[in-house]
Design a protein. Structure first.
Length: 252
């Protein structure tokens, strides 16, 4: 049988490029058809289940005997095989091509190196909002921790040029001004249907979300300039939980 090349794998209609590592170390994922394990009553259904079970066992045994770099298997809506190298992908195609649902992998060697060597880099067709290469994220818990979002927003407003950054909606809904506005709305504005305050119309969880924001909130700041990323890290380093950089497909 002719050995498949990586170009042939990537030209398949079921191939999709990866934007991240799988389980932190695997650059490839192959999804194979997996029937539901329940609800099959006909004899032919049981035969299919037996065939799939045998296939999965064969794949598992082959990987244990031939994949020295490590692998991971997960049986879910599909049968997922996670790999560090593409050679096993070729073997899966050669032996189970008609059962493959999707293949995920890096676009090229450079892309693979980026995924492996820098976990803060993501690949996308375009920059965020077509202009921002960087994203700084801060996940905070509870109203007291949310207060840092207002400081970060004010710092961006005072320090960065308009249009060179963008804040996600978390900064708005966790602000004191928004919470005050919601408290006034729920306590004073009557419902047009029955004349009662809105606070008697909506359940407590819905009210709490709009009055205080979610308990766990992630503020994201999108940036054009790397210097601005460095500046935010200098000022708010202990509050930043993740920093991402986009490498677009045409840059690979």
């Amino acid at each position: 049988m002719t050995t498949l090349t990586l170009e042939q794998i990537r030209s398949r209609p079921d191939f999709k490029y990866s934007t991240r590592l799988f389980y932190k170390t695997n650059t490839w994922r192959v999804a194979l058809y997996q029937p539901p394990w329940r609800g099959f009553n006909e004899p032919q259904d049981k035969i299919e289940l037996q065939d799939i079970w045998y296939r999965n066992r064969c794949i598992s045994d082959y990987l244990k005997n031939n994949e020295e770099c490590g692998f991971k298997i997960r049986a879910d809506r599909n049968y997922f095989v996670y790999l560090k190298r593409p050679n096993i992908v070729k073997w899966l195609i050669e032996n189970y091509n008609d059962q493959i649902v999707e293949i995920n992998g890096p676009v090229n060697t450079k892309h693979q190196d980026i995924l492996l060597n820098d976990l803060t880099v993501v690949t996308r067709p375009k920059l965020w909002y077509k202009k921002f290469r960087y994203k700084i994220m801060s996940t905070r818990y509870g109203e007291h921790e949310h207060e840092i979002f207002e400081e970060m927003q004010e710092f961006c407003l005072d320090s960065f040029e308009h249009g060179t950054y963008k804040l996600n909606d978390t900064f708005r809904i966790t602000s004191k001004a928004h919470q005050m506005k919601m408290n006034q709305l729920f306590s004073r504005v009557p419902n047009k249907l029955n004349g009662q305050p809105l606070s008697s119309t909506y359940n407590q969880n819905w009210q709490r979300f709009h009055r205080h924001g979610p308990y766990t909130a992630t503020g994201s700041i999108y940036l054009e300039n790397h210097d601005d990323v460095v500046t935010l890290h200098m000022i708010f380093k202990k509050y930043i939980t993740k920093t991402l950089k986009v490498v677009t497909l045409d840059e690979l």
